[in-house]
Write a protein of this length. Structure first.
Length: 336
C-alpha cells in the first residue's frame, strides 16, 4: 500500500506536461504515493463538473491535506474568478512561500541569491471586491485584517527562526495606503518586538525595495509582503535566477497545503513539450519536506542540481534545446 495519498491537479496550459514530468521524477526517486487526480479550471467544466473549482476537488484536498498542482488559467478581464485565488481562500492557505535561489549552471547577472518570499495569500486587492460606482467609475477594495496580517507575520518569523534565517524585510507602501499597509506593518513590527526580537527586521517602501533587489539581491533574506506585492515581486525575483521555470512555491494553511510553481499556464508554449518542469519538481521537493520525506527530497535536489551544473540537457528557457521529457529523463538518470 502506498505510504502517502496526495491530490494531483494537472491544471491546463503547460500544467499537464510539467505535472507528468514531475510524477515521473518522483516515481523514479522511490516516492511511495497514491495520486488522487482531480480537475480545476476549464478542465473541470470539460469533464462535466458544474464549477471551475469542483466541491470534490476541495473535499479531497481537505481530506488528504496535501495537493500538488499545475497552473490553472485565469482569463484576463471578464469571466470566472481566479481558481487559484478561490482555492487559497476556500482552504485558508494563508501563506505563500517562494524560495528564490541561484542555481549552479544557470547563468544570470547575479550569483548567490538565496531569498524566500512570503506572501499573504487571502486578502489585500485579491479580495475581489469591485464595483461600478457610476458608469465610467469603478473601484477595487483593498482589505487588510489584523487577524490575517498578524497570522502571516507570525508565520514569517517562525519560518525564519526554523530555517536559521537572519533577517525579515517587509515591503510596503504605507506612506500612501496608511490604513491597510499601515496595519500590515504594525502587525509585523509587533510580532518582531514581542515574539521574535532575535530576528533582524526592516521595513522598506516597495518601490525602493524593487530597486534594492536589482542592485544587490544578496543583501535580502526573507521578504514579507501582502498579496499583490508578493505576486509582482515573485516574478521579478524569478528573473534574477533564471526565470519562472525555476521558482517553486507552496501555499500553506493550518489544515492543508498546496504545492505549485510560481509560473502560470504559459499558453504560448503549451502543448509543445518544451516547458521547463523544474519549478514544479522543486515545488514537489518542498512538498516532500512538508510530509517528512526529507531523504527523497534531497536526492531529487542533488539530481537536478547535477543536471543543471552539467549544462548539457537544459530546456529552452535556460538556453538549451531539451524537451520537458528529456530534462526529466536526465534527472532520473542522475537519480539512478
Ligand atoms: P499567471 O498570471 O497565470 O500567474 P504569469 O504572468 O506568471 O501567469 P506565465 O504564464 O507563468 O505568466 O508565464 C509567462 C511566460 O514565462 C510564459 O509565456 C513563458 O514563455 C514563460 N514560462 C513560464 N513558465 C515556464 C516554464 N515552466 N517553462 C518555460 N517557460 C515558462
Amino acid at each position: 500500500m502506498p505510504k502517502h495519498t496526495i491530490v494531483l491537479i494537472p491544471g491546463d496550459g503547460i500544467g499537464p506536461e510539467v505535472t507528468a514530468a514531475t510524477q515521473k521524477v518522483l516515481d523514479a526517486a522511490g516516492f511511495s504515493v497514491e495520486w488522487v487526480p482531480l480537475p480545476a479550471g476549464a478542465r473541470a467544466l470539460e469533464e462535466g463538473f458544474d464549477d471551475v473549482l469542483p466541491q470534490r476537488t476541495i473535499a479531497a484536498i481537505k481530506a488528504h491535506k496535501v495537493a500538488l498542482k499545475g497552473p490553472v488559467t485565469t482569463p484576463v478581464g471578464k469571466g470566472f474568478t481566479s481558481v487559484n485565488v478561490q482555492l487559497r481562500k476556500k482552504l485558508n492557505l494563508y501563506a505563500a512561500v517562494r524560495p528564490v535561489r541561484s542555481l549552479a549552471g544557470v547563468k544570470t547577472r547575479y550569483e548567490n541569491v538565496e531569498m524566500v518570499i512570503i506572501r499573504e495569500n487571502t486578502e489585500g486587492l485579491y479580495s475581489g471586491i469591485e464595483n461600478e460606482v457610476v458608469p465610467g467609475v469603478v473601484t477595487s477594495l483593498k482589505v487588510a485584517t489584523e487577524v490575517a496580517c498578524t497570522r502571516i507575520a507570525r508565520y514569517a518569523f517562525r519560518f525564519a527562526t526554523k530555517r536559521h534565517r537572519k533577517k525579515i524585510t517587509v515591503f510596503h507602501k504605507a506612506n500612501i495606503m496608511k490604513l491597510t499597509d499601515g496595519l500590515f506593518l504594525s502587525s509585523a513590527r509587533r510580532i518582531h518586538e514581542d515574539e521574535y526580537p532575535n530576528i533582524e527586521y526592516e521595513e522598506v517602501i516597495i518601490d525602493a525595495g524593487c530597486m534594492k533587489i536589482i542592485q544587490d539581491p544578496t543583501r535580502l533574506d526573507v521578504l514579507l509582503m501582502e498579496n499583490l506585492y508578493g505576486d509582482l515581486v515573485s516574478d521579478l525575483c524569478a528573473g534574477l535566477v533564471g526565470g519562472l521555470g525555476v521558482v517553486p512555491g507552496s501555499n500553506i494553511g493550518e489544515d492543508a497545503a498546496v504545492f505549485e510553481a510560481v509560473h502560470g499556464s504559459a499558453p504560448d508554449i503549451a502543448g509543445k513539450g518544451i516547458a521547463n518542469p523544474l519549478a514544479l519538481i522543486m515545488s514537489a521537493e518542498m512538498m516532500l519536506h512538508h510530509i517528512g520525506e526529507h531523504q527523497i527530497a534531497e536526492r531529487i535536489c542533488k539530481a537536478y542540481d547535477a543536471v543543471l551544473a552539467e549544462g548539457k540537457t537544459l530546456t529552452k528557457d535556460l538556453g538549451g534545446n531539451a524537451s520537458t521529457d528529456q530534462f526529466a529523463t536526465a534527472i532520473i538518470e542522475k537519480l539512478a
